[in-house]
Design a protein around this ligand. Structure first.
Ligand code: AMO
Length: 437
């Protein structure tokens, strides 16, 4: 008999079908045995009356791989609105060990439970509520890709083994590379800029590495970075692109996963077509006035300020996301561009969403002589260094005004679902204490 996917069982009421999947749950009720079988689409409930059939499951645990045939009966209370009766069971792979984690009810996500959740990730992900996080994440990436494609970006794949740190700072992993020192890419920053000279618009969705030595709810040592870079644009164009991207992701994710999102108790994010912008100085001022905590003059936003301004924007501007503009030039990376009218600020915006920064974007210095100077002054880098030379050569041989952004896929997924920790939105999280599973 051809295999039917559980989602389609209700289309065959009155007929006999065969499903294949994993034993997800087993219980005895009024002399009958009820089992749930899980496949890629979801669950189907099966009622087993025949003693010989029940006997086949004796001693077998959740996770046992089964083929089950039975007659489809309408049953409103069953998942998918149908169940299988008079079932015949074939055990394909018996499992006799009890699974280390229960998977048929929501798993604990309190801070104290997270290590257990991650230790048992391989089995825990079989829980449909957990699996949904990553089905949603898959839709997020699909939606991001189609947005890039619709705007004529070319997808690229850039090296993660590099000669120099791209973002600088202490958060760089170094490794022995046949007697030389190599770094793990903190971002595809230089390559995406270089590729503007080739494709004009390029993007990548790939892992990057940050030697984050502290355990926070926002940082991991490996995460998936969505990087876009575009030539012939202004900072306003970049903001419009990001507004469109976030709106598209939210709409498509909600269209595809509304029931799962509601099960995670989240709401559809409210976003205007153009996400509002507030300058850093204004945020400091508003926050300080409202909370009595003085942040005026600080060169970055405090985590609490990020949360506060998002609440403010939600209440007063009808937006659950906000751009932070006018970053102090003193905090610039060497590849950033200072504002032409006011060199005290950088042409940079960060995008905050539901209380956390999900994106940094900026215009890049595209004038060869200036970027060489900034490399020396801001990064203390050597322009002849093979790690920097290719980027500088791209400028030397003709680069238009350009800009781009990096977006943390897991942070976006986390905030769309309303999870407290970015690691909950990561299939196999990596942090200072965790390298497995
Ligand atoms: P930045 O370093 O701000 O910018 O990173 C961009 C986005 O990546 C995510 N992110 C992280 N997610 C999880 N764990 C981490 N340790 C972590 N660090 C960063 C955040 C952040 O907003 N090259 C620039 C981007 C650019 O200018 O194009 C960059 O990497 O969501």
């Amino acid at each position: 008999m051809e295999r039917t996917i559980t989602r389609d069982a209700h289309l065959h009421v009155g007929k006999t079908i065969e499903v294949k999947g994993w034993l997800h749950k087993k219980r005895l009720l009024g002399g009958l045995t009820f089992i749930n079988v899980r496949d890629r689409a979801g669950l189907v409930q099966v009622v087993i009356k025949d003693k010989d059939e029940v006997e086949k499951l004796r001693g077998l645990q959740v996770g046992t791989v089964l083929a089950v045939s039975g007659q489809v009966t309408s049953e409103e209370r069953a998942p998918g609105g149908a169940e299988l009766h008079d079932a015949k069971i074939t055990v394909l792979v018996p499992v006799t060990d009890e699974p280390p984690i229960e998977i048929d009810k929501p798993l604990g996500h309190k801070p104290d439970n997270l290590e257990t959740l991650f230790d048992n990730r391989v089995i825990g992900l079989r829980n449909l509520q957990e699996r949904a996080i990553f089905e949603i994440q898959a839709t997020v990436t699909k939606s991001i890709r189609s947005h890039f494609d619709a705007h004529h970006f070319t997808e690229m794949h850039t090296p993660k083994l590099l000669a120099e740190a791209t973002e600088g700072g202490a958060e760089v992993f170094t490794l022995d590379y046949f007697g030389k020192i190599a770094t793990l890419a903190q971002s595809p920053q230089f390559y995406k800029q270089m590729m503007v000279g080739v494709f004009e618009r390029a993007y990548e969705i790939a892992p990057v590495y940050r030697a984050e030595a502290s355990a926070t709810t926002r940082h991991m040592t490996e995460y998936t970075s969505v990087d876009g870079e575009m030539g012939f644009i202004t900072l306003e164009d970049l903001k419009s692109f990001l507004s469109g991207l976030l709106n598209a992701v939210v709409d498509e994710v909600w269209a595809a996963h509304e029931p799962e999102l509601k099960r995670w108790n989240t709401t559809k994010p409210v976003l205007p077509a153009e996400i509002p912008t507030i300058s850093m100085a204004e945020i400091h001022e508003k926050y300080s006035k409202a909370t009595g905590e003085n942040s005026v003059g600080e060169k970055d936003l405090r985590p609490d300020e990020e949360r506060w301004i998002c609440e403010y924007a939600k209440k007063n501007l009808g937006s659950e996301a906000v751009f932070v503009s006018e970053w102090p030039a003193s905090e610039m990376k060497f590849y950033h561009k200072a504002n032409e009218q006011n060199p005290e600020i950088a042409d940079r915006v960060d995008l905050l969403f539901r209380g956390v920064e999900i994106t940094t974007g900026s215009m890049r210095e595209n004038v060869y002589a200036k970027v060489v100077q900034q490399l020396k002054d801001l990064a203390h880098g050597d322009p002849e260094d093979p790690g920097f030379l290719p980027l500088l050569n791209a400028m030397r041989y003709g680069m238009p005004p350009h800009g781009g952004f990096g977006l943390g896929l897991e942070r976006l997924t986390q905030k769309l679902i309303g999870l407290n920790n970015v690691k909950e939105a990561t299939l196999f999280p990596r942090d200072i204490n965790r390298l497995a599973p």
